[in-house]
Design a binder for this molecule. Sequence first.
Ligand code: FES
Length: 64
Amino acid sequence: MFVCMCYQVTDKDIKRAVSEHGVGNLRELKQHINLGGNCGKCISMAQELIDNYIVDESLFKDVG
Ligand code: FES
């Protein structure tokens, strides 16, 4: 699923940035992925995805 249409960034790209680079917020995400710099419509969804993936990751660590 595309999150940022302007820069062709998918939810998988964001998930990878969280799991592989420890991205925890939008500012850090922008250091790894170019998104949000054009129309900005993707910003809130990108933030939401980061938050969701962090919760997923911490649940996974508790179980594992
Ligand atoms: S959709 Fe991300 S900047 Fe336009």
